[in-house]
Design a protein around this ligand. Structure first.
Ligand code: ATP
Ligand code: MG
Length: 213
C-alpha cells in the first residue's frame, strides 16, 4: 500500500488532475467527506488528508510514502528524511515582507532599526533577515498576520502573497520578496528504496503530467 499525504483546499484541488493523470482517482471528495483516509480506484494507493504544515512530518516518518507540500512549509520543516524530486508548479505564490502603507521599510533598515516582525515562518524569516544583517524580533503567529501591523503588534510581517488583494484591503504593501513558492512532490527516502517498484512509476506519472502542463 502506498499512502499519499496532502491537504484539503488548493493543494488537493490542483493535485487532482495530476493524480488522475497518474491513474489515481479518490473514491470521495475530502471537502464534503469527513474521512481522513480516502481510498482510491487503485487498491494499492490511498490518500490521507492532513494539515498543510503537517505533510512533511507524515512523509518524514514514513506514515505516508509520498506527499505534496508548499515550499514554504518545507523550508520551515527542514526537509529531513525527504526527497523533493519534483516542483509541481501548483499553489504558486510569493513569500514576502509587508508593512503598513507609509512605513518606510528601507529607511528603517538603513538606520539599523530593530524591527518587530510577525510571522508563522519563524525559521525562514530568521534566515532571511540574518542574511541581510537586519535586526529583528520575531513574533510567532498562526494566522491573520495582516492584522499585526495595523494594531501595533509588529512593524512588518512575513507572509505569502498571491494577488496582493488581502494586503491592499488592509492598507499594507509588500516591500521585499523572500522567495517564490510553489508546491513540491516529496518522497520518504527509505520508501523510494524499499517500495521503488510502486513509488517510482507514480513519480514518473506526476513528472509527465507536469511536463505536459
Ligand atoms: P491552514 O489553512 O491549515 O493554516 P495553510 O494556510 O498553510 O494551512 P493552505 O491555505 O491550504 O493551508 O495553503 C497550502 C499551501 O498553499 C501553502 O503552504 C502555500 O504553499 C500555498 N498557498 C498558500 N496561500 C496561497 C495563495 N494565496 N495562493 C497560492 N498558493 C498559496
Ligand atoms: Mg491558508
Amino acid at each position: 500500500m502506498i499512502t499519499i499525504a496532502l491537504s484539503k483546499g488548493r493543494i488537493f484541488d490542483e493535485t487532482l488532475p495530476m493524480l488522475e493523470a497518474a491513474g489515481v482517482r479518490p473514491a470521495e471528495n475530502p471537502e464534503t467527506s469527513r474521512k481522513l483516509i480516502l481510498s482510491t480506484n487503485r487498491d494499492d494507493v490511498r490518500l490521507v488528508i492532513v494539515r498543510a504544515s503537517d505533510t512533511p512530518t507524515y512523509v518524514q516518518y514514513g506514515a505516508a510514502e509520498i506527499g505534496i507540500a508548499g515550499k514554504d512549509v518545507l523550508l520551515e520543516h527542514g526537509g529531513e528524511g525527504l526527497y523533493q524530486p519534483l516542483d509541481l508548479g501548483i499553489a504558486k505564490c510569493r513569500l514576502m515582507v509587508a508593512v503598513r502603507k507609509g512605513f518606510d521599510y528601507r529607511k528603517a533598515i538603513q538606520q539599523g532599526a530593530r524591527l518587530r516582525v510577525a510571522t508563522k515562518y519563524m525559521y525562514t524569516a530568521r534566515e532571511h533577515f540574518a542574511a541581510k544583517g537586519v535586526h529583528v524580533d520575531l513574533i510567532k503567529l498562526y494566522g491573520s498576520m495582516e492584522l499585526a501591523p495595523l494594531v501595533g503588534l509588529a512593524d512588518a510581517i512575513v507572509d505569502l502573497v498571491s494577488t496582493g488583494g488581502t494586503l491592499k484591503a488592509n492598507n499594507l504593501e509588500a516591500v521585499e520578496e523572500i522567495r517564490a513558492i510553489s508546491s513540491r512532490l516529496i518522497v520518504n527516502q527509505a520508501a523510494l528504496k524499499l517500495k521503488g517498484d510502486v513509488v517510482q512509476p507514480l513519480l514518473d506519472a506526476f513528472s509527465a503530467a507536469v511536463s505536459r502542463g
